[in-house]
Ligand binder design. Structure first.
Ligand code: HEC
Length: 149
């Protein structure tokens, strides 16, 4: 290798480094967002326009009937379920309702006080949709109390 070749190679490496550095410091940030213009209820930018719209939610068609303990069901269940959902369950016995309450508490972390279980089950089984025709609703129980026998 001649001295001249070495000098040319060194110059080439230097040039690559200089151009590389210049390209690096003058690079265009690919994620720099274009300016966003707000037009009333629409926002556009980057070739996309988002327009606000309004929707009408369906009316709640069912409410819990005013039965013994229905307020307790409202307090413990309707944060997550509509009254309609509670009212369209198949007829369950006390044991099945207890299993449902245990599942809500255990699996879905529903903050249902265990002391309310008995009163809740009495309230759930007293719902008209849970009673067979002719059945008499059990006497109301206060939360935390055993049902009247
Ligand atoms: C923290 C929220 C939460 C609360 C409070 C809650 N549930 Fe649920 N429940 C769920 C979720 C989540 C599911 C599973 C999805 C579904 O079926 O809607 C569920 C499912 C159910 C089901 C369907 C059957 C099953 O076993 O999955 C029934 C019946 C039910 N809940 C009844 C109740 C009753 C009665 C109460 C009040 C004592 C209650 N839930 C309170 C969250 C909750």
């Amino acid at each position: 290798m001649t001295g001249r070749t070495i000098a040319l190679s060194a110059l080439a490496v230097f040039a690559v480094l200089v151009f590389g550095w210049l390209a690096f410091i003058h690079r265009v940030d690919p994620v720099a967002a274009p300016p966003v213009a707000a037009l009333g209820s629409a926002v556009s930018g980057g070739g996309v326009t988002l327009v606000s719209d309004s929707i009408t939610l369906p009316d709640e068609t069912a409410a819990l009937p005013d039965t013994p303990g229905s307020a307790l069901i409202t307090a413990n269940c309707t944060a997550c379920h509509s009254p309609e959902m509670i009212l369209t369950q198949p007829q369950l016995n006390a044991e099945k309702w207890q299993a449902t309450i245990d599942k809500m508490r255990g699996v879905y972390k529903a903050p249902i006080a265990p002391a309310d279980d008995t009163a809740l089950i009495a309230a759930l089984t007293a719902l008209p949709t849970q009673m067979t025709p002719g059945q008499v609703a059990p006497a109301p129980t206060a939360p935390g109390q055993a049902p009247a026998k």
